[in-house]
Design a protein around this ligand. Structure first.
Ligand code: NAD
Length: 486
């Protein structure tokens, strides 16, 4: 049996079998650029299905953890090659169900391919340390053993890259997985699972469930057979996941929202500043956890910057991400569109000055104009709360210290950037800003696949970092072994 039941009807994967579960009760996956179009129909997994999937992951654990890590890596490498072969097809699907432009989608699928390639090599890397010892004839060493059964719960905004950066390390370090993608973009996620199955992943090592996030996700976090939960999504849901996982003392990794600032100092290159604000604020339709939603500008160059940013925004082409020339796609669904719309209304009521944009159009798709507010007060709700849409709030600052203070005056701490040619100021910013990712003369969005990633404050549970070798800390547990051979 394959992942497709018929036409656009897809299946779930439990214990190695693609299953048509829950008697045909289906989740509809829509195209946000044309909401009449159904991209796919997916099963609504039940509580029983979820428990069966967790049992399957538990049963598969003992053989998978004994599989030599290089052999696990070979499967990841093969999956990377399959993703590469299907690159354009997966990218097109991603645009169809999530809305980002085809170029953005292609970049994301390439990232997933590279993540699997990177972690395939991890199978050959050192696992543990040999330590000095004060006892004669003693060998003292550590080894990293698999954490066990891991639940992976992901959002819709990076429907293949985020699953890849959680699933690839889980598998290479010997864990088995229950994976639940977001309701709005399950087909791209299914293609990732298909690549792993085709690459030879044994039955039960990955299980794939779709449906009601609260129902499936609650069981995935609270089931006693689950040893770890890696979640990316909103702070509200992340807090519930934490509460559920902690009951069994399961290990938790939560990466959540952001309200990221790009600071522009008076010596900054104006063209670069505008380019970074546009890429960070309107790239991916503002639907990135690291998106620039606040631009904090030193007062001396604020007028020139705002004029140049408004001019550039006027030329931004908004539309269906599959059409050539389109630079910004739609919001993912009606809820996201309405959230952006309500924050735009709020910004006006709060007294911020609307420079451009502000209109939405949901006749065919969920389209919003790129929007800029000026003279935003840092205490306004539009400057404090995550909007997750193409809305930039410009905040004027007196000097560097004032800019740093304003950057830090929020409950989130994911990413922050500064544009400057002054090294001293750049390092002052890097050292004093309370965020997990700092960018100097780069957009607040975009991260390296081999570097630790994660936020501070309410952007994260502040437990374990994701990506690169830092992922090993979450997906393994360390055993210390004393051998007296005297
Ligand atoms: P969301 O919190 O609504 O959903 C995330 C996932 O949780 C989905 O798969 C959903 O089905 C599932 N879920 C829903 N209720 C659940 C429950 N009670 N228990 C367990 N799981 C449940 O988030 P979203 O709207 O899909 O994504 C947008 C959010 O994700 C934004 O806040 C964004 O900042 C954040 N995000 C963070 C990062 C990061 O790395 N920090 C990256 C991307 C997105």
């Amino acid at each position: 049996m394959t992942a497709t039941l018929s036409g656009k009807t897809y299946l779930n994967l439990i214990g190695g079998d693609w299953k048509d579960i829950n008697g045909g009760n289906m989740l509809e996956d829509h195209n946000p650029a044309d909401h009449g179009e159904v991209v796919g129909l997916f099963p609504m997994a039940t509580l029983e299905d979820t428990k069966t999937a967790i049992d399957a992951a538990h049963s598969a654990l003992s053989a998978w953890r004994k599989t030599p890590a290089p052999a696990r890596g070979a499967i990841l490498d093969k999956a990377s090659q399959i993703i590469s072969t299907r690159l354009d097809e997966i990218a097109k699907t991603l645009t169809l169900e999530e809305g980002k432009t085809f170029a953005e989608a292609r970049g994301e699928v390439m990232r997933a391919r590279d993540i699997f390639k990177y972690y395939s090599g991890e199978g050959w890397h050192a696992n543990g340390q040999v330590l000095p010892t004060s006892v004669n004839d003693e060998l003292l060493y550590t080894r990293h053993e698999p954490l066990g059964v891991v639940s992976i719960i992901t959002p819709w905004n990076f429907p293949i890259a985020i699953p890849a950066w959680k699933i690839a390390p889980a598998l290479i370090y010997g864990d088995t997985v229950i994976f639940k993608p977001a309701e709005d973009a399950p087909l791209t996620a299914l293609m990732l699972v298909e690549a792993l199955v085709e690459a030879g992943l044994p039955p039960g090592v990955i299980n794939f469930l779709t449906g009601d996030g609260a129902l499936i996700g609650t069981e995935m976090a609270s089931n006693p057979l689950v040893n770890g939960v890696s979640f990316t999504g909103s702070h509200t849901v992340g807090a519930q996941v934490y509460q559920n996982a902690i009951k069994n003392m399961a290990r938790v990794q939560l990466e959540m929202g952001g309200k990221n600032a790009l600071v522009i100092l008076k010596d900054a290159d104006l063209n670069l500043s505008v380019d970074l604000a546009m890429r960070g604020g309107f790239g991916l339709t503002g639907q990135a956890c690291t998106a620039t939603s606040r631009v904090i500008v030193e007062k001396e160059i604020a007028d020139a910057f705002v004029t140049a940013l408004t001019t550039a925004t006027k030329n931004l082409v908004v539309g269906n991400g599959l059409e050539s020339g389109v630079q910004m796609g739609p919001l993912v669904n009606r809820d996201q569109l309405q959230t952006s719309q309500s924050y735009i209304e709020l910004g006006k009521q709060e007294g911020a000055k609307l420079l451009i944009g502000g209109e939405v159009d949901e006749q065919h798709g969920y389209f919003a104009q790129a929007t800029i507010f000026d003279y935003v007060n840092p205490n306004m709700r539009i400057a404090q709360e995550e909007i997750f849409g193409p809305v930039i709030s410009v905040i004027r600052a007196k000097d560097l210290n004032d800019a740093i203070e304003k950057t830090n005056a929020i409950s989130f701490g994911l990413s922050a950037g500064v544009v400057t040619n002054n090294l001293k100021n750049a390092f002052a910013f890097a050292n004093q800003v309370d965020a997990g990712v700092i960018k100097i003369n780069e957009p607040t969005t975009g991260v390296a696949l081999n570097a630790p990633f994660g936020g501070f404050k309410n952007s994260s549970a502040n437990t374990f970092k994701e990506q690169g070798q830092a992922a090993m800390d979450f997906y393994t547990r360390t055993k210390t072994i004393y051998v007296n051979h005297g």
